[in-house]
Design a protein around this ligand. Structure first.
Ligand code: AMP
Ligand code: MG
Length: 299
């Protein structure tokens, strides 16, 4: 998945850790847009040809993601595959595509051309060249599933970190308040450099930002969050958004949507959603948070 995944538990249960490891290996084979043998790529390869029957987990994630893509049309879109593949940001062959290539790819990202058949668990991309990309949502789904798996093994407290997605569950057994502290990373510095921390009960913390997967070309920064309206990396006043929510999958969607909204509208949007909060960092380094969040800046 292009990241380091860690589990921190308060008890020694190797069989549970093993089960999570196997779950993630299997999940990657199903959900990856970078592995030609994955189940997702089977859908993509059949675009414009025929519907593909997939397992119920993948179908359920695609169904939810399609619904969110329709709700947040101008920002979150899982049909963005042709554009993601064009830019290849984060890979060795990343590049600035030609204007003409972007124009063609923009014709192939229509979420209304994704047809779902609930009874058969079939997904059909109606036009040749369409591609789904679950990169913005998959890790959130995996995090939610790992908690279910760990609870099945009787593990009720811990931290799951899927690089950019941190989920705390149960209670923090090492402090008397039982609260968790989640660090907010600087968008521009090395992993682990904090600009602040949030104290919370069990929750998912999902970050979307332009600071980690990007490259510079002719003095401009190109990053991995692509604007479905232009085909180019998103440009506004925000560098990073972290969303706190109970569902990590929902946090994934909202972190992307909030990033697109810009700092003022993003704060308005997240403030309106019950039991969800956020920390926003602008390109100039200004930090703002939604109301009712226990955030402390680190100088
Ligand atoms: P995240 O790290 O969760 O912010 O997701 C970023 C990844 O989602 C990218 O690497 C792409 O694979 C994909 N992606 C990029 N732009 C979008 C977008 N506007 N909507 C949905 N997925 C996107
Ligand atoms: Mg995301």
């Amino acid at each position: 998945m292009g990241t380091v995944i860690s589990l921190e538990l308060f008890e020694d249960k190797p069989d549970a850790v093993e089960a999570v490891y196997h779950y993630l290996q299997k999940a990657e084979k199903e959900f990856s847009a970078n592995d030609n043998c994955s189940e997702l790529m089977r859908i993509n390869r059949s675009a414009g040809k025929q519907p593909v029957t997939v397992n119920s987990n993948l179908f359920s994630v695609i169904k939810q993601a399609v619904e969110f893509s329709k709700e947040y049309r101008t920002s979150f879109n899982i049909a963005l595959g042709p554009l993601v593949k064009l830019w290849r940001i984060g890979f060795a062959d990343q590049r600035v595509p030609l204007q003409s290539e972007i124009k063609s790819a923009l014709q192939l990202i229509d979420i209304d051309s994704v047809e779902l058949d609930e009874s058969r668990h079939q997904v059909y991309l109606m036009n040749y060249g369409m591609e789904l990309d679950l990169g913005a949502i998959a890790k959130g789904y995996f995090a939610d599933q790992i908690i279910v798996l760990l609870k099945y093994f009787g593990i009720n407290n811990g931290i799951i970190n899927l690089g950019g997605n941190t989920v705390t569950f149960g209670v923090n057994q090492v402090v008397s308040s039982h609260l968790w502290k989640v660090g907010i990373q600087s968008p521009w510095q090395y992993r682990g450099t904090m600009v602040g921390e949030v104290q919370c009960r069990a929750c998912s913390a999902v970050t979307s930002g332009i600071g980690e997967r990007n490259f510079q070309y002719k003095g401009r920064l190109y990053h991995h969050i692509i604007d479905p309206q232009t085909g180019y990396p998103l440009e506004n006043d925000l560098a990073q958004v972290t969303i706190f929510s109970s569902s990590s999958l929902y946090g994934e969607v909202l972190s992307t949507v909030a990033l697109f909204s810009g700092i003022d509208n993003g704060l308005l949007l997240i403030n309106q959603i019950p039991n969800v909060s956020g920390v926003f960092i602008s390109k100039t380094g200004r930090i703002r948070t939604t109301s009712g969040i226990n955030f402390k800046a680190i100088a």
